[in-house]
Write a protein that binds this ligand. Sequence first.
Ligand code: THG
Length: 558
Amino acid sequence: MRILFLTHSFNSLAQRLYIELAARGHEVSIEFDISDAVTQEAVRLYQPDLIVAPFLKRAIPEAIWREQVCLIVHPGIKGDRGPSALDWAIMNGETEWGVTVLQAAAEMDAGDIWATASFALRTASKSSLYRNEVTEAAVVAMLEAVAKFETGGFAPEPLDCNRPDVRGQWHPIMRQEDRAIDWQLDDTATVLRKIRAADGFPGVLDEVLGLPCYLYDAHPTDGLQGAPGKVIAHNNSAICRTTTDGAIWIGHLREKREGEPAFKLPAAMVLGARLTGIPVLASAQTDIRYEEKNGVGFLHFDFYNGAMSTAQCERLLQAYLAATRRDTQVIVLAGGADFWSNGLHLNLIEAADSPADESWANINAIDDLAHAIIETDRQITLSALHGNAGAGGMFLALAADQVVARAGTVLNPHYKAMGNLYGSEYWTYLLPRRVGAERAAEITDNRLPVGAASAKTLGLIDDCFAGDSAAFWHQVEALAGDLATQAPGLLAEKQAQRQRDEAIRSLADYRAEELANLKRNFYGFDPSYHVARYNFVHKVPHSRTPRHLALHRRVGVK
Ligand code: THG
């Protein structure tokens, strides 16, 4: 079928649904929700069989939903309605939640129900739930609804709040008053719930050391206590604040400002001199973690939103080099739970005095890490993508000898969407060596998300493991064990291959050419990268849908 996505943005959920529909032979064209007139134009141009709204904040105009079926993917159980569905579910301590696919009608989220899927509500942030449980349930419910539509003859169920299986209800938009923390009354569990229900947007409005700001990225900690509400320590990145019965770490803040709005940054950076005199607990940095299991090294790096700053790349390189000095035969690069990596830390670059200089430092720090992985000759390396990877983070993963991904991951093996960025991470070596020159050009030009299964078919990754987290890590451990038993042969072959490749063209040469291109992106006359980064970091609303997503706006397409 021809399916039109009407969506606020091409977020991870929209990308995953796109991947699943494309894999089933559907053609999907995308239109961002700019205005009713532009939406109507898109429908006219594309003449879709079906409209799907994976992530839509505004009403679909009546002129559209009267004419054809529009399926809304709502992150709530049957009967749940309103724009803050997950926020309320977390705040209310729901233990079981769901996704409902319903038909757009006049009353918001009250249209006929096509399909639902449920899940256990894990103790986690809203964004983590959205990227994992909500996304998986949305795939199930949306595919069921699309199949029912395609087969025909299905009568969707009108919403009837008197039915016993309709447990949801209308919830208004959640306001900051609903989210507010009372530091004198709220215990750790309450504070965590409030911050998690607002992560990564809009955050909980609060005041820290006299500065009005929004709180994000909260984590529990043991053994720290004090008078409630005090900032008692920091680790040069996160701050530690006491509750009535303990303390929590807060990783990120967004200053509340008049005029140009601020964006999310590491808490210690936002507070700056306000932290003078507050004890530093440098050891409390837990984003990078190394462990060994059955003689295999696992390096975990769980960075907020998958963004890797210059300093984080440098710390990760040191941790990686330490791992290579261990008596192991396999190193697994595990990334984080939600993101493997997304490459450059665009927010920190935006905040730097010279974004060009910081971009340069950041890319060189990632390149140093990629270089160390490629040059590793004592261990077989395995990138294990439990979380999504994009841009430089995706190509960094390819620096390892083998790359596997969880079946649900969304991969974005391209840079161009960020203001035509050229990219580095030795991608001009790593990508063609896996997929060939022609396919490499196609993949980077397409600027489209790729699912793990297609990534395997393309040769971008070696394998794709179905199942939940536990099943994924189980398969990764089994593979790592296999690689360890074959290590002597594999290592000899790897060293020989590296020498042959180096003789054809040196790694230094690949890097120099990539960086020469990047220099033009960072310091040249064309400001596209700086503009695109500004828009991304400041979440500037889209003013049009890019042509690579809107098939209906390409010349020569019906
Ligand atoms: N029917 C139609 N269009 C829709 C939906 C629908 N578009 C997407 C929408 N469902 C998703 N759900 C909601 C539900 C409620 C609200 C927004 C999206 C809502 N919005 C407030 C308003 O519009 O006044 C404002 C909220 C805010 O301040 O952000 O209540 O079922 N046709």
